[in-house]
Design a binder for this molecule. Structure first.
Ligand code: FEO
Length: 395
């Protein structure tokens, strides 16, 4: 896509990746594609904020050339080392011989360990300023949002926060702003991004947002490095992050199971009938058929999780095991988990699932129900009651 002016003398020069469907080593499915946003500020000192992934470097270069010759770039701000934002940096620096790179100390270390180049690099920390001319940039370290090197760049003259990964969305669009896209799709992608990338970092995010709010700097526009720019309602993005980071939940249970011969599935269906009868929202996923990225997104604001598996070799089935390995890392404090499953001659799945979540931060001491072979009518009634009791325990 071509360069687009987003503010006087500030251009979006990044690229849209319409076809990417997997991200972060296949841990995140990107059904709506993504974008790698970079921003060019024209002032007495010409400044590029972030780059794009390496494969899109030529497109970034063409976009910049629409505005200025590349050799005129004075400064490159590297808000983040991860290669979706720094991959094209070697291409840029080779064409901008006088450019100086700015980033955190961890960024300097990380860039060197990726590209093994001794670029002219100035380490910056929170509160450091860089005068461009009419504009001045202020740097805000944002360690672990979501890498140790991460940083935000703020431009007070525009109330513009260049937030890199924070407030981003994997959302490929021809439009550049929040008020130009389907609001439901935008919020869905914002929530998905938070749930699948930032969820374990809630405490850090909460502190960082509070720190920025304490700085009393106006946030008129938030320009992340993925997806659209928040110009109509940046507070919406900030408030959603505050809710998610503080663990705010709804009356909802997410039930995730894997079944061998459909006995565990029969239990799952009866359990959710019980939950629904209690007036609690529920979502049911057979994890062997479901998109894990989507399931984790729906779990973000759920109060309770129920995990089900048939027993196989005294253990759970492999798809639910792989999923719980991810769930364990989410550090989903304040959520309650319960377990269910069918077995043949010896159980084990419910015990193993509970054990898997031992250090997850989830209250893993919830109830469980197991059934030998296929549930009969009285066992199905017990599953219904199990659902009711679990739902009631969340109220
Ligand atoms: Fe979009 Fe952490 O990279």
């Amino acid at each position: 896509m071509a360069a687009i002016k987003i503010l006087p003398d500030i251009y979006s020069v990044g690229v849209v990746d319409w076809n990417v469907r997997n991200f972060h080593g296949h841990t995140y499915t990107t059904a709506r594609g993504s974008s790698y946003n970079a921003y060019l500020i024209i002032d007495e000192k010409i400044t590029l904020v972030d780059t794009v992934s390496a494969a899109f470097g030529p497109e970034l270069i063409e976009n910049i050339k629409e505005i200025i010759p590349l050799e005129k770039i004075d400064y490159v701000i590297a808000n983040h080392v991860e290669t979706d934002h720094s991959g094209a940096l070697p291409q840029i620096i080779s064409l901008c011989p006088k450019a100086k790179v700015f980033g955190t100390a961890k960024c300097k270390e990380g860039l060197y360990k990726h590209y093994y180049k001794d670029w002219d690099f100035q380490v910056v920390k929170t509160g450091d300023q860089l005068k461009l001319g009419r504009r001045t940039l202020t740097f805000i370290e944002a360690a672990m949002i979501h890498w140790p090197d991460s940083m935000f760049t703020y431009c007070p003259q525009d109330g513009l926060l260049l937030s890199n990964d924070a407030f981003g969305q994997h959302f490929a669009t021809g439009e550049k702003f929040d008020d130009q896209v389907d609001p439901c799709a935008l919020m869905d992608e914002t929530e998905k991004y938070y749930a699948n990338i930032l969820w374990p970092l809630g405490a850090v995010i909460l502190r960082k947002i509070q720190e920025i709010q304490g700085m009393n700097i106006p946030l008129k526009i938030i320009a992340p490095s993925h997806g659209v720019i928040w110009r109509k309602d940046p507070a919406k993005a900030v408030n959603c992050y505050l809710d998610w980071a503080s663990g705010k939940t709804r009356d909802r249970v997410v039930v995730v199971y894997e079944t061998m011969w459909q006995a565990t599935e029969k239990m799952a269906r009866k359990i959710i009938e019980g939950i629904i009868s209690s007036g609690i929202q529920v979502q049911l996923y057979d994890i062997a058929q479901s998109d894990r990225t989507e399931v984790i997104t729906r779990m973000l604001t759920a109060k309770g999780f129920l995990f089900g598996s048939s027993t196989h070799d005294n253990d759970m089935l492999p798809n639910i095991a792989a999923f719980l390995e991810i769930v364990k890392g989410l550090k989903a404090k304040g959520r309650k988990a319960g377990y269910f499953g069918s077995y043949g001659w010896a159980g084990g799945a419910t015990k193993e699932m509970r054990e898997m979540l031992k250090d997850s931060g989830i209250d893993q001491n919830g109830p469980e129900i197991s059934v030998k072979y296929v549930p009969d009518p009285s066992e199905l009634a017990a599953c219904f009651d199990f659902g009711v009791k679990f739902a009631e325990s969340l109220k």
